[in-house]
Write a protein that binds this ligand. Structure first.
Ligand SMILES: [Zn+2]
Length: 343
């Protein structure tokens, strides 16, 4: 589906600002979109590039005899079907450049190439648009190279930077951009997206939307890989107190073999212990609603002090592994601690 402002759900305030920019014909040289991953920043940036160049605007505005500067005069919604909109949405329009990190960094060579392109007049569009995705991953020399372009922006150019937060960027870059914040997406909207666009059942969508922390991409990632692992791991956690040392260490070895999945493993563990804590006060607020029986049973085995100690143990090992501690040893320690807390 082609991106349009209507497709960016849950970002009404940000979209209102962008439409206002387009409507008032006050397109700045640089915009900065901040917000966590998966909240629509990049889709909004591509849609903005379309809105600035949509051919149907030009026709409409010409029809109204109001084409003084060629800027869209309508409410700021691209048609999504004209030649320019389609090419921009497909990422193949020569006047719209997207710069992305390579191996976790945006290098000075990438920014220099971009700046060279920006010096040229647009090939056929009204505005040349450059989207720097994850701009917080620019290394310092890349950031300084971009600063020169931001200080003396070429005409007919719009730069759109996306980043998680302004604090991750050079203040001199932030101060030269118009800042638009994208908020985490509400659980209700996330749940609707999962049900309507991804075909999930209501219960599964509810669980994932509670765990996705407001991010569509995280919710979709959870749907793809995580639900199966979640059921399996919660089952293992519920049986930990009865498991032999051999079984606990085998579980640790299995988990340690897939390092990429460890952030999800820790999140599942934390949601499990959180649910045990919450269950006795308000079962309706349990995240893993499909595992209520197991959570009820576990809540009878733990007192709140044991649950807090378990949560702290998970968070501590999570930090140790992020700090490059030995994964296998750390997981051995964690699972043996969790087993001990249950007894
Ligand atoms: Zn169009």
């Amino acid at each position: 589906m082609l991106p349009a402002f209507e497709a960016i759900l849950g970002q009404d305030a940000a979209i209102r600002k962008l439409r206002s920019i387009l409507k008032n014909k006050r397109i700045p040289h640089a915009l900065l979109f901040t917000g966590m991953d998966g909240v629509g920043k990049r889709t909004a940036a591509v849609t903005m590039a379309m809105a600035c160049n949509c051919l149907s605007y030009a026709q409409k505005v010409q029809g109204e005899g109001n084409t003084a500067d060629g800027t869209p005069a309508s409410v700021g919604c691209p048609c999504g079907t004209c030649r320019f909109c389609v090419k921009i949405a497909e990422g193949v329009h020569p006047d719209v450049t997207i710069v992305e990190p390579e191996n976790g960094t945006i290098k000075i060579s990438q920014i220099r190439s971009l700046c060279d392109v920006l010096m040229l007049r647009p090939f056929e569009c009204r505005m040349r648009v450059a989207i720097i995705s994850d701009a917080h991953l620019m290394n310092p020399s890349a950031g300084n190279a971009l600063l020169k372009t931001l200080e003396e922006p070429p005409a007919h150019t719009l730069l759109i930077l996306t980043a998680q937060q302004t604090a991750d960027l050079l203040p001199t870059i932030v101060s030269r951009c118009q800042h638009i914040r994208f908020n985490p997406i509400s659980r209700a909207i996330l749940s609707d997206i999962l049900i309507c666009q991804r075909g999930l059942g209501a219960e599964e969508a509810s669980i994932i939307s509670r765990l996705a922390g407001g991010s569509v991409s995280k919710a979709i990632g959870l749907k793809e890989s995580w639900m199966h692992q979640r059921c399996w791991l919660m089952d293992e956690l519920s049986r930990l107190h009865d498991s032999s040392l051999h079984i606990v260490l085998a579980l640790s070895e299995k988990l340690s073999k897939n390092r990429d999945a460890l952030p999800d493993v820790f999140e599942i563990m934390l949601s499990w212990f959180r649910d045990i804590l919450v269950f006795s006060h308000d079962p309706d607020r349990v995240i893993n609603q499909d595992a209520l029986d197991g959570i009820r049973e576990a809540s009878g085995r733990y007192d709140s002090d044991q649950v807090y100690r378990s949560i702290r143990a998970v968070q501590m090992i999570q930090n140790h592994i992020q700090a490059k501690a030995n994964v296998q040893l750390s997981l051995d320690h964690l699972l043996l601690s969790l087993k001990a807390f249950q007894q």
